[in-house]
Design a protein around this ligand. Structure first.
Ligand code: TXA
Ligand code: MG
Length: 340
């Protein structure tokens, strides 16, 4: 136990000698948190079943929720999944990048895929993630490096807060670039199906893969069929305090709560300055949707740290990366209600 070892790397030009320390830990059966351009992952070599079981244990993750296999080369894709040349060509337009695809599985331990006949694969664009996989010489299976149900970590500090001494090493590459997890699209059916919206938008996906099905659950509006999207049934990204989405006048809602003796935390989105309201705290998320995505999980973590009783989140437009933001906020607010 005790605090994890941390090695800092330059996110753009990661130092190989520092990543070599992480590779040693991985080869020794340890588990390592590392940055990707979306969120931090908690990884082990795809063949290290003992270490992979440890990942499930320290996260508190149910064993029926499979992991993403992170690759750095096209050869590695062929080792873990069945892909035709047309799909490879299309993937070449989005990889390396913030999108995960579900494909027919080839040689991957059952613990990674939760025994399914499909596998989720991603070639991350973060230089430190790519270099780590290359140095290791085999794919890294990794979920996000948070406790199950919590917001994903967008900084090394979040990993330490959540997992502390349960992780053997943290590769600290500073804040992640996008702040929300990769887009997941299932390519095993007739039509590509969005399982989780993310930084690569539906509009961008459709340019490469043609029409994409967007089920209600991908908007965070309903529960999915567990057979299709095993991980999406769990409560997610959730702060301890109630969080509600406000489609109408936020300032009016904040004042009404303050009058009842509650202190709201108002999330602020947009280029203007937030209004100064009595007995209301403000968590500024940013002026444009990409900035909001980047600050979202830190903002959700702030809710539990701020001296307030309830979070108010403005409904934002569900296009582009806004679809990913509202999907996460809907899940984070599930079960919460305004006490007035
Ligand atoms: O950005 C990301 O995707 C980050 C970074 C670290 O890569 N990873 C991440 O992993 O968010 P995780 O485990 O928190 O979320 C992966 C999701 C889960 O909901 C899981 O159920 C789903 O991917 N998944 C994995 N394998 C699947 C499969 N074969 N079929 C359908 N969904 C799958
Ligand atoms: Mg996760």
């Amino acid at each position: 136990m005790g605090a994890p070892r941390i090695v800092r790397v330059d996110p753009v030009r990661p130092e190989k000698d520092r990543l070599a320390v992480a590779v040693d830990v991985l080869r020794g059966g340890g588990i390592v948190a590392f940055p990707t351009e979306t969120v931090y992952g908690l990884g082990a070599p795809v063949t290290r079943v003992d270490a992979l079981i440890k990942i499930f244990r320290v996260k508190g993750r149910p064993p029926d929720n499979p992991l993403i296999v992170h690759i750095a080369t096209w050869d590695q894709l062929h080792e873990v999944a069945v892909v035709d040349s047309d799909t490879i060509e299309r993937l070449g337009e989005v990889w390396p990048g913030p999108v995960t695809v579900v494909l027919r599985r080839r040689r991957v331990p059952d613990v990674v895929t939760a025994g399914r006949d499909t596998v989720a694969v991603r070639m991350p664009g973060h230089p430190a993630a790519l270099a780590l996989i290359e140095l290791l010489g085999e794919p890294i299976a990794a979920p996000s490096a948070n406790k199950a149900g919590k917001p994903s970590p967008t900084a090394a500090q979040h990993v330490v807060e959540d997992l502390d001494g349960d992780v053997d090493l943290v590769v600290d590459g500073g804040e992640t670039f996008f702040g929300v997890e990769s887009t997941i699209v299932d390519l095993t059916g007739e039509t590509p199906t969005l399982l989780r919206p993310g930084p690569l938008t539906v509009e961008e996906l459709e340019r490469v893969f043609g029409p994409v099905k967007v089920p209600d659950f991908a908007r965070g509006l309903s529960e999915p069929d567990a057979a299709l999207a095993p991980g999406m049934k769990y409560r997610h990204y959730a702060p301890e305090k109630p969080l509600v989405i406000v489609a109408s006048d936020m300032a009016a809602m904040a004042s009404a709560l303050a009058e009842r003796g509650l202190t709201p935390c108002m999330y602020w989105v947009g280029p203007e300055e937030p209004p100064h309201l009595d007995k209301t705290r403000v968590i500024v998320l940013g002026g444009d949707p990409y900035e909001v995505a980047r600050n979202l999980y830190n903002g959700l973590r702030m809710l539990d740290k701020e001296d307030c009783d309830i979070g108010l989140f403005p409904a934002i437009e569900e296009k582009g990366i806004g679809l990913a933001i509202m999907n996460r906020v809907r899940k984070a607010s599930r079960g919460s209600s305004v006490p007035i």
